[in-house]
Design a protein around this ligand. Sequence first.
Ligand SMILES: [Zn+2]
Length: 170
Amino acid sequence: MSDLDLAVELLRATPTHENRTDGQLRAWAEIALAYGDELATGTDSDDVQVVEREGGVSDGELLLAEYQRGMVVVYTEALQRVEELARARGWPVTREALRRAAVAHELAHHRLDVRELNRRLGHTAFRLGPLRLRGHVAGAEEISAHRFAHLRSGLAVSPLLITTALTGGK
Ligand SMILES: [Zn+2]
């Protein structure tokens, strides 16, 4: 399955998108992936500090990493779970590459400009006469961040595929 197909599925599974046409979701997915590509080719102005903490697993939810006050915290228990899933599927990914992808994903969220992404998505949520309010496309930021993480980490398997697998998909 291509990243585009996976991204469409991810959007499809996101609340508020249940009844959108496949064409609409595909167009949004393409824009979100392209934005992730563009961000990933940009240069980094600063090194980000990465720290590891235990945990990241609660109520069946995994929190791999999060951005906190200028640093990225990686949660080792969640990372271990993803590593086990990858091994069970026979995916050639190392813990280090998964860790790099998790860190890059958080960096992407920190760097991406939500207003710019929304502008590109061009989704109008509300129109009143000449007034047009730009809508938010739920899930689009995740797609951009996954693509950014894939390009930056060199992970052998798409983070979109890993996410789909973790959420019980293929
Ligand atoms: Zn995210």
